[in-house]
Design a protein around this ligand. Structure first.
Ligand code: ADP
Ligand code: MG
Length: 371
């Protein structure tokens, strides 16, 4: 267990690192951010910031030596870098988990090997594999890069055989992965956290709605049958144990029209779909993560309220900020980003409701329209 005033190194300087650093500071820890861009959002609230490339051995070495434990808010640091950091300080979650989650093929293979259902998939190595995917999944299917995708980037929907070849050459690097396009009833996610003693806790299952492939709304609890919610949580606990996770992990899932659960992807870090916990839970996802990586006890992940989280994306949503601040009941969070580019996540708003009284779709939409 790390003592107060110890320093947590966080690789990545985005909003997830920023909110993790705030949570760490509440527990009396210092934070040191490693970022490859200047003035990162996390640097504004951390004790120290190092600006440098994630694959520069000298940078990594001096960063590791300056901290007591290392964690991530950005999981795409390469294997060599992770090994170097791990040779100097404890790294949580482990390099093993990062490697799995960095690569959609390793990820789906790991999940399937542990009896966790995913979308049907196929490794794509050459143009002729397109026909195989079409035969296996029918059209449309989805073609994705195996690495570095986020917010729907690095993906193409293939509607007919003629579209495959161009997409195959545009998406890089190879191999790619083809996935059956799931006709889902809804998308849900769950945050699971596990510590060094094997204590595992899960937050309540959240329902996610995307706009332009970017998370728009999260509703909690997910409006699915309670037994399905429990199955999702049990699946997440099984996964956390199988990975020997230390830290928090977001699991994104589809619920198909037959009520079948399929895991879409996993992210071994705090997750956008867990931001509702900041106001609807006594201990949020960021504090849980910090507790796990510092060896503190993990209390149950209790929610005291139902919640809706709305992402604030790009200049349009930033223009709403004054109104959000002036509206009682809206709890605003901003990430300190200077320029509101289209598609950039600038902040989010949480709205709370009494426990087990989330309004219906119509009520939620009406409320958000008033913004
Ligand atoms: P990332 O979040 O890394 O950009 P995802 O694989 O989660 O990539 O894809 C983003 C979104 O695209 C998903 O949340 C989902 O809405 C949609 N999507 C992705 N894969 C599928 C699929 N196989 N079937 C249906 N929808 C999908
Ligand atoms: Mg995703």
């Amino acid at each position: 267990m790390l003592s107060p005033n110890s320093t947590i190194g966080i690789v990545g300087g985005g909003q997830l690192g920023r909110m993790s650093a705030v949570a760490a500071s509440r527990l009396g820890f210092k934070t040191h951010i490693l970022s490859d861009i200047p003035d990162p959002p996390a640097g504004q609230v951390a004790s120290h910031t190092t600006i440098g490339a994630y694959d520069d051995p000298q940078i990594l070495e001096s960063f590791a030596n300056a901290v007591d434990v290392i964690t991530f808010e950005f999981e795409n640091i390469d294997a060599k870098g992770i090994d170097l950091l791990s040779s100097i300080r404890p790294v949580h979650p482990s390099g093993h988990i990062l490697r799995i989650s960095q690569d959609r093929i390793l990820e789906k293979s790991f999940l399937n090997d542990h009896d966790i259902p995913t979308t049907k998939w196929l490794k794509i190595e050459q143009p002729s594999d397109g026909e195989k995917a079409g035969a296996k999944f029918g059209y449309p299917f989805i073609l994705k890069t195996t690495r570095l995708g986020y917010d729907g980037k690095g993906q193409a929907v293939i509607h007919n055989p003629d579209e495959f070849e161009a997409a195959f050459h545009t998406l890089k690097p190879h191999p790619l992965i083809a996935e059956k396009k799931v006709d889902f009833a809804c998308e849900v996610s769950v945050m699971v956290v596990r510590n060094i003693h094997g204590v595992v806790q899960t937050f309540d299952v959240a329902e996610n709605q995307h706009k332009n492939s970017i998370l728009d709304l999260t509703l909690v609890p997910a409006r699915i049958q309670p037994d399905l919610r429990q199955q999702v949580q049990e699946l997440a606990i099984h996964l956390a144990n199988a990975l020997e996770l230390i830290g928090i992990l977001g699991v994104e899932l589809f619920i198909d029209r037959d009520g079948k659960i399929l895991v879409n992807e996993i992210a071994p870090r705090p997750h956008n779909s867990g931001h509702w916990t900041m106001n609807a839970c006594p201990i949020d996802q960021f504090e849980m993560h910090i507790r796990a990586v510092t060896g503190l006890p993990l209390p149950p992940a209790i929610r005291h309220s139902d919640a809706v989280m709305k992402n604030l994306i790009g200049p349009e949503d930033m223009a709403l900020w004054p109104k959000i601040m002036a509206t009682p009941g809206l709890i605003g969070h901003l990430y300190g980003k200077e320029i509101a580019k289209p598609g950039r996540k600038m902040g989010h708003v949480n709205i709370l409701f009494p426990y087990n009284s989330l309004p219906g779709e119509f009520g939620i939409r009406a409320m958000l329209q008033d913004l």
